[in-house]
Design a protein around this ligand. Structure first.
Ligand code: ATP
Length: 401
């Protein structure tokens, strides 16, 4: 399978099975705009949830916020985006921020911009966090949220779009400590890549050359991923110096040493959509099972949109269906989401779940009625294990952890 064929297959599967749809498709679509369907949004939610647990809830020095998408012109003027957030275009320079107006009355409207990055939301709330929580350095401010960029040529499915979610934090340190924390977060980013199920062999660090650095950065490492359409940026780790706090005229007062100074900033950034895409590219597999070709998504169970599926072996045996319904209800009280399927033969049902990456299929057969045990099939190997009904939850939960 060559790489463009692989990409086509992923895009087509994503649409057919409800992961990602082209935006406003019934009206012909809109370039660079995609909608997540039920499975895609569950997957996106799982990714954000894992990220929030790792980088915010799991740490006591990082404060989570959810700041606004619309921000006034002054913010973007101070940050340097009005001047620098541009893409060269024939016949002029072109700023890729979306501009709109708030207010209804003529003369009382204000220009605002939809944020092209999350960072300014953290900087404009820097003083609020200090006043409310009195954090000691180092500390961070994090958020997950939507960003907008009027990309000149959106392309490659979820890779370059005009509206996307970022997961990001600003980590405030003393200037002398920046290298230490840069290295610390660099390692943590690799940890995340592994945790979410992106294979490390497909990720490569790129030290961004001085002449290509963003206007605010003194050092940046891009984490590039081998997408089917080439090696491209997945995440970034930037040393933003004191550029932003200085321009917003913000500083920090250390109560112990009585010094007032401007902290420096380390910024790990994670594109949520690019994470979904990298996981899909890694997970997409084709093999042969039982003499038939099959497609499966080898998701880590934590990321998989559907955790388990439950089937009665035969649709027309009432006792099997009744027992399968009971087992299904029992599982989904503890683990969500779980699917129930009694359509077509059992082989077809397995294939349907393989194609959406469901790690476990639980089948209720005649032995279940006699011995109160079920089969649990592993998505990757197709192997089935007999498990007592009372142990199903523990079996699945252990593997979801
Ligand atoms: P690129 O060089 O690919 O345009 P960038 O250098 O502009 O990316 P940053 O400004 O560092 O990217 O943005 C941080 C993160 O936001 C990127 O690492 C990526 O994950 C994500 N990202 C940026 N632009 C887009 C986009 N158009 N569509 C989807 N994700 C994006």
């Amino acid at each position: 399978m060559d790489s463009s064929e692989k990409m086509e297959k992923i895009v087509s599967l994503a649409k057919r099975r409800g992961f990602v749809y082209p935006g406003s498709e019934i009206y012909g679509g809109l370039a660079g705009i995609w909608d997540y369907g039920p499975l895609g949004s569950d997957m996106l939610y799982n990714i954000k949830d894992l990220w929030w647990k790792k980088f915010v809830k799991g740490r006591d020095e990082i404060y989570g916020i959810a700041s606004s998408v619309m921000m006034p012109q002054q913010v973007w003027s101070a940050s340097g985006h009005l001047e620098n957030f541009t893409d060269p275009l024939e016949g002029g320079k072109f700023n890729t921020m979306f501009k709109t107006k708030v207010g209804a009355l003529k003369g009382e409207t204000d220009d605002v911009y939809l944020r092209p990055e999350l960072a300014q939301g953290m900087f404009v709330n820097f003083k609020n966090i200090i006043d409310s929580f009195h954090p000691k350095l180092p500390f961070g401010i994090a958020q997950i949220g939507r960003c907008f960029r009027n990309e000149i040529s959106p392309r490659d499915f979820l890779f370059r779009v005009r509206e996307f979610d970022l997961m990001e934090f600003e980590y405030f340190v003393r200037e002398n400590d920046w290298e230490k924390y840069f290295e610390f977060w660099r390692k943590e980013m690799w940890g995340w890549i592994d945790e979410v199920g992106i294979s490390k062999e497909n990720v490569h660090e790129l030290e961004v050359p001085k002449e290509d650095l963003a206007h605010y950065s003194k050092r940046t490492i891009d984490f590039e991923y081998d997408f089917p359409f080439g090696r491209k940026e997945l995440y970034g780790l930037a040393y933003r110096t004191d550029h932003d706090l200085k321009n917003h005229k913000l500083d920090y007062h250390d109560e112990e040493s009585k010094e007032t100074f401007i902290p420096h900033v380390i910024e790990p950034t994670f594109g949520a959509g690019r994470t979904v895409l990298a996981i899909l590219c890694d997970a997409y597999q084709e093999d042969e099972m039982g003499g038939e070709k099959r497609v499966f998504l080898k998701f880590k169970p934590q990321v998989a949109p559907v955790k388990a599926a439950v089937f009665p072996l035969l649709k027309n045996k009432l006792e099997l269906v009744k027992k399968a319904r009971e087992v299904y209800e029992m599982i989904r009280k503890q683990i969500q989401p779980v699917m129930f399927d009694d359509n077509g033969n059992i082989g077809k049902r397995y294939r349907r779940q393989d194609e959406i990456g469901t790690p476990f299929c639980v089948t209720i057969d005649f032995d279940t009625l006699e011995k109160d045990s079920v089969t649990i099939r592993d998505r990757d190997t197709g192997k089935q294990e007999r498990v007592d009904t009372k142990d199903i939850l523990v079996y699945i939960q252990e593997r979801l952890r």
